[in-house]
Design a protein around this ligand. Structure first.
Ligand SMILES: [Zn+2]
Length: 182
């Protein structure tokens, strides 16, 4: 028999599976995405960037070794968050009092997007080894000119993906991952 408590457990498992699926495909797919990643976005009803925008993110954003562009990973994680939250709320309405599984789901959801982004950046950042140290240092230096950041400009860095951005009065989220600036 289906009870709200068993629905909560099923939701918890589903969320776990989906989080893993998005993280795995997102990190393992070709640089800038591929068909497998497009399928993930489609299943989550997320509109991808255009081909041109993806190429621009790959060439102008912080260097990645592989994987989906961070902003699309954020959108996928946000879609998971929204679906998870509305499903959890719907189940919670049917439960009298509080339910430990729903509480755990809500807790997981509260940091889901940030944690998925952090894990994605960590998984797709090229490792620094002695043999690639100098090449890597050069490759990871972002193309300031392409971002419209002139020399001598005060640059703010994204706290999530480390992309530099021009410091202006208005602090909008990072173009490449949607993260906050420091
Ligand atoms: Zn960023």
């Amino acid at each position: 028999m289906t009870t709200p408590e068993s629905e909560a457990r099923a939701l918890s498992q589903l969320l776990e599976q989906w989080t893993r699926h998005v993280a795995e495909v997102g990190a393992k797919c070709a640089l800038g995405g591929d068909e497998a990643w497009d399928n993930v976005l489609r299943e989550l009803a997320v509109d991808p960037l255009s081909k041109e925008e993806r190429l621009r993110h790959v060439s102008e954003g912080p260097k990645r070794s592989r994987g989906a562009v961070p902003i699309e990973l954020r959108w996928a994680a946000t879609a998971l968050y929204e679906r998870g939250r509305s499903a959890a709320r719907a189940i919670d309405l049917k439960i009298t009092g509080s339910d430990a599984t729903i509480d755990a789901i809500e807790h997981k959801l509260s940091s889901l997007v940030d944690e998925m982004l952090r894990a994605h950046i960590a998984a797709t950042t090229p490792p620094v080894t002695t043999s690639n140290f100098f090449a890597n240092a050069k490759a990871t230096t972002p193309n300031y000119g392409a971002m419209g950041v002139g020399p001598g400009t005060s640059v703010a860095k994204c706290t999530t993906c480390r992309a530099p951005r021009q410091r202006t009065g208005e602090m909008r989220p990072c173009t490449y991952c949607g993260g906050k600036l420091e």
